[in-house]
Ligand binder design. Structure first.
Ligand code: MV4
Length: 463
């Protein structure tokens, strides 16, 4: 079966570069699109062709559907890779590609819609026997039902926006008395933020781990999983460090959560690459959370321990190829950790754009750096502050940690501030080294440093 001759990459930064690399290896020509402030960006230089699609504001460029489709048409691109963020989970964009006769390299429009409706995804999973956190069956439609359901599942409860996700539009409620006001506020906030006021209820679980499973599915219904990623090291729902395998997991646990992810993918007739997010409680109970219908920032950790090029698989599946990988042929080997390097003040995490004066990237055994940064490049303030991902692989977790520490020590960057000092601190923290962390780890670490008794959202306000 044939592949595409030319692909347009509707993205920027390191992921655009990552996709260009996959295309090169497959013998596919590439078209970069860029805003008017990114003429000198690395993805523009590395692509075979480039088209300026609008001004710096993402709405005018990287989110500009007509401009992107026009760029695809004038360059004779047969397919569009959306990367992550921007238009990657926009069902209307996927639909518009199809209408224009261009292949959207990603899941079906239906898949994107289901993934974008968190309450619907939850219902689909529940119906098909994938465990979900106790909660409402669909959106909460009345104040009467709100109280009934909350009492049934027991406090604390969590109000979540149907169109939210990734932690946006969530609200913890600790008692009956605070419920109604929280419900009304959550609805109002959801309407303002997402144009959809629907909220649903779940029991609030804490402490937890965030464990997700990479899946690959073809159009014929073949589905495999590539093991888990532990993304519990995050701050205010921004992931900072991801790793695979999840520390302390057993082969038995991996099979259980992997089989659940495959079941979840089948339940929604998933196609292409995707991620099933779970939360895992202290008793190792596994609950479906969300499905991410895109390639994720942290996909390299899975590539490093499986040897599978996820982007190449994504492109081949979109071109109609059947999945040739069998579950029994997937072998997890060693351990990989990713640190996201952001152009931010490492103490307060506020963006720190500016010109990179000097750059020397780490390398050597077991180190991979995915980046679009170079010396002389001006980190723009208009886009995401992540400028590089350092991925360390080792035969085991200890070696991966040591390599990551060595790599971060080798990373020389001048002209801007980055989160590298923060990562060094985490990698030396006893709880990180033990692998015993939960999603409240960073908050707890900061509280320790500040000598304060700052509590996380898990603790009742008056306790
Ligand atoms: C939860 C939860 C506790 N209980 N759901 C946040 C992001 C979104 N994907 C789901 N999230 C959570 N859902 C129930 N029923 C706690 C979180 C959560 C969290 C999840 C994953 C990673 C980090 C987190 C940080 C705070 C809260």
């Amino acid at each position: 079966m044939k592949l595409f001759k030319k692909i347009l990459i509707a993205n920027r930064g390191e992921i655009a570069v990552r996709v260009i690399r996959a295309c090169r290896e497959l013998g596919i020509k590439t078209v970069a699109v860029h805003s008017d402030i990114e003429r000198d960006a690395l993805h523009v230089r590395l692509a075979d062709e480039s088209v300026c699609i609008g001004s710096a504001n993402p709405t005018n460029s990287y989110l500009n559907i007509p401009a992107i489709l026009t760029a695809a048409e004038i360059t004779d691109s047969e397919a569009i890779h959306p990367g992550y963020g921007f238009l990657s989970e926009n069902a209307q964009f996927a639909e518009s590609c199809a209408t224009s006769g261009i292949t959207f390299i990603g899941p079906s429009t239906e898949n994107i819609k289901t993934g974008g409706d968190k309450s619907k995804a939850r219902q689909v999973m529940k119906r098909r026997g994938v465990p979900v956190v106790p909660g409402s069956d669909g959106p909460v439609d009345s104040e009467d039902n709100l109280l009934k359901i909350a009492k049934k599942i027991g406090f604390p409860v969590l109000l979540k926006a149907s169109s939210g996700g990734g932690g946006r539009g969530m609200r913890v409620v600790y008692d009956e008395q605070a419920l109604l006001q929280a419900y009304n506020m959550a609805q109002r906030e959801a309407l303002a933020a997402f144009g959809n006021s629907e909220v649903y209820l779940e029991k609030y679980l804490s402490p937890i781990r965030h464990i997700e499973i990479q899946i690959i599915a073809d159009a014929k219904g073949n589905v495999v999983h590539l093991g888990e990623r532990d993304c519990s090291v995050q701050r205010r729902h921004q992931k900072l460090i991801e790793e695979s395998p999840s520390p302390g997991t057993t082969e038995k646990f991996r099979k259980k959560i992997g089989d659940l992810a495959v079941k979840a993918a089948r339940a929604m007739k998933y196609r292409n690459v995707g991620t099933i997010e779970f939360i895992v409680d202290q008793d190792q109970n596994i609950y479906f959370m969300e499905v991410n219908t895109r390639v994720q920032v942290e996909h390299p950790v899975t590539e490093e321990i499986t040897g599978i090029d996820i982007i190449k698989e994504q492109i081949k599946i979109a071109a109609g190829h059947p999945l040739l990988i069998k579950q029994s042929n997937i072998k997890i080997s060693g351990h990989a950790i990713e640190c996201r390097i952001n152009a931010e003040d490492p103490e307060r995490f506020i963006p720190w754009p500016g010109t990179i004066k000097f750059l020397s990237l780490p390398g050597g055994p077991g180190i991979r750096v995915d980046t679009a940064a170079y010396a002389g490049w001006k980190v723009p303030s208009q886009y995401d502050s992540m400028i590089a991902k350092v991925i360390a692989r080792g035969r085991n977790r200890e070696e991966a940690i040591m390599r990551m520490k060595r790599a971060l020590g080798d990373f020389v960057i001048e002209g801007i501030r980055t989160t590298i000092p923060f990562h060094k601190k985490v990698l030396n923290h006893p709880d990180f080294i033990k692998g015993s962390f939960t999603t409240d780890f960073i908050e707890k670490m900061s509280a320790q440093e500040n000598g304060s008794d700052a509590t996380d959202i898990a603790a009742a306000p008056e306790s």
